[in-house]
Design a protein around this ligand. Structure first.
Ligand SMILES: [Fe+2]
Length: 232
C-alpha cells in the first residue's frame, strides 16, 4: 500500500521529535502494510523560504533513508511536502522541489484561517495553471465548506484536483457517513494516514480501508488504493 500524506521526518514540523520517534513511526507504517510513503512535512509558504525548507527536508530525508537501511525496513520513501497555500507561491520559479518526487503532483493544504472557498479555489487554480501541476487537496474532511458542500468538492475535481481525506475521519460516525457517501459518488480520490506520531495520529490506513470495504465495497477500496499508488 502507498501512503501519500505522512509526517515522518524528525524535528522539522509537528511530526516526530527525534530520529528514534521517526524510526518507531516507520516501523508502525510497515506493520500497517505500507510499502511506499510520500514524506509530506509541513511547508508554510507564507512564512518560510522555499529553499530553506527544501534544504532542511532533504537533510532529514537522508537520515530517514539511513534509518530504513540500517533497520531493514521494507518501505520506499519519496520526497514531498504538505504546502500551506499563500499567494506568495505565485512568485516561485518552480514548484518542482515540493512536488511528489519525480512527478507534477503537489499536496496543498488550505489555510484554516482563510475559510473562504472562492478565494482559495481561485488561488489553487492559479497555482495549477502557472506551474502545470496537479493539486492534491489535503484532508477535505477538515473544512466545513468542503465536506458539507459536495458542490465545492465537485468544482475542485472538475478543475483537475485530486481529493484526499485523512484515515482518522472514519473514527467519527458523523464524518464516516458523509465521507462514505462521497466515496460512493466518486468524489473522494485518496485516503491517507497523515500520521504524525504513535499516540493520537498514528498510521491507520489498513483499518480505514477495511471499514470502507464494509460500507462501500471492495471495488471502492481497489480504486482508492490504485489512485494513491498512481500519484508517485
Ligand atoms: Fe498533514
Amino acid at each position: 500500500m502507498t501512503d501519500i500524506h505522512t509526517h515522518i521526518l524528525s524535528n522539522i514540523d509537528d511530526g516526530p521529535k527525534t530520529e528514534n520517534d521517526s524510526l518507531l513511526l516507520l516501523k508502525a507504517l510497515e506493520a500497517d502494510g505500507i510499502t511506499r510513503v510520500v514524506s509530506t512535512s509541513h511547508f508554510y509558504s507564507a512564512n518560510k523560504q522555499l529553499e530553506e525548507f527544501v534544504a532542511k527536508r532533504d537533510e532529514r530525508l537522508e537520515t530517514i533513508k539511513r534509518l530504513i537501511e540500517e533497520n531493514n525496513i521494507n518501505i520506499r520513501v519519496y520526497a514531498g511536502a504538505e504546502v500551506n497555500i499563500h499567494k506568495i507561491m505565485l512568485n516561485y520559479e518552480s514548484l518542482k522541489p515540493i512536488c511528489f518526487e519525480g512527478t507534477n503532483n503537489i499536496l496543498l493544504e488550505i489555510p484554516y484561517e482563510l475559510g473562504d472557498f472562492e478565494d482559495n479555489s481561485d488561488l489553487i487554480y492559479k497555482i495549477m495553471s502557472y506551474y502545470n501541476v496537479t493539486p492534491i487537496i489535503a484532508h477535505i474532511d477538515r473544512y466545513d465548506f468542503l465536506f458539507k458542500n459536495e458542490k465545492n468538492v465537485t468544482y475542485l475535481k472538475e478543475m483537475g484536483c485530486v481529493i484526499q481525506v485523512d484515515a482518522d475521519c472514519f473514527d467519527s460516525l458523523f464524518m464516516r457517513a458523509r465521507i462514505i457517501k462521497m466515496i460512493k459518488k466518486d468524489l473522494i480520490d485518496v485516503v491517507a494516514s497523515d500520521c504524525h506520531n504513535l499516540e493520537k495520529r498514528k498510521p491507520n490506513l489498513k483499518k480505514a480501508y477495511s471499514l470502507i470495504e464494509k460500507k462501500a465495497g471492495v471495488d471502492a477500496v481497489a480504486r482508492l488504493r490504485q489512485n494513491a499508488s498512481s500519484l508517485v
